[in-house]
Design a protein around this ligand. Structure first.
Ligand code: SAM
Length: 173
């Protein structure tokens, strides 16, 4: 069998310690850091996550992000970050029940995240779905798909999908 040209793995991690609904599993960020990282980092839909030298953006002021903003219209210039991770609510129902918010427009938010990712930088998307070319998105440069689970009575499986945004010349070749 031919191996796909991207990293594949399953990470079984510890429960989130903050108690914030949908919070990152314990150990996720260090595991990501070992594979993909940047010096200008943006966390979209950051919730309880903190990054002293990065930018955390969430629509909820009360969670204390660096920037209060909407993922559908990011207040940053094109290519501002070399590492962008987005962890939105996972469904309309969860957006309402867990955060009392309407479900964001996923395509629009992903396009915004991609816009602010610089060429050569990484965009990581954490969700229950894996957007691919058929999702009418411009995403190219897929470099990783990781199943992420926390073992609980009902294990909540999520996927971390990673793209490296190609440089212009790479896009032509
Ligand atoms: C799955 S949680 C993120 C949890 C985070 N990774 C953590 O470790 O705490 C989803 C977050 O998306 C935020 N959110 C929902 N709609 C948003 C929008 N349109 N723009 C920005 N943030 C939004 C919610 O306020 C919530 O904090």
């Amino acid at each position: 069998m031919t191996r796909p040209p991207y990293f594949r793995d399953i990470w079984i991690l510890g429960p989130n310690g903050t108690g914030y609904p949908g919070g990152f599993p314990n150990g996720l960020v260090p595991a990501i850091k070992r594979k993909w990282w940047g010096s200008r980092r943006l966390w979209i839909c950051s919730g309880s996550h903190r990054d002293e030298s990065g930018v955390c953006l969430d629509i909820k002021r009360e969670v204390g992000p660096t920037v209060v903003g909407n993922a559908e219209q990011l207040p940053f210039r094109d290519g501002s970050f070399d590492f962008v991770l987005m962890d939105p609510p996972y469904s309309e129902g969860e957006a309402r029940a867990l955060y009392d918010l309407p479900y964001l427009r996923l395509r629009r938010s992903i396009s915004e995240a991609w816009r602010v990712t610089e060429s050569g930088g990484h965009f990581l998307f954490f969700h229950r779905t894996i957007p691919t070319n058929g999702a009418e998105l411009e995403l190219t440069g897929l470099c990783g798909i990781i199943g992420v689970a926390v073992l609980a009575s009902w294990a909540n499986m999520r996927a971390l999908t990673v793209w490296r945004k190609p440089h212009r010349l790479e896009r032509w070749s």
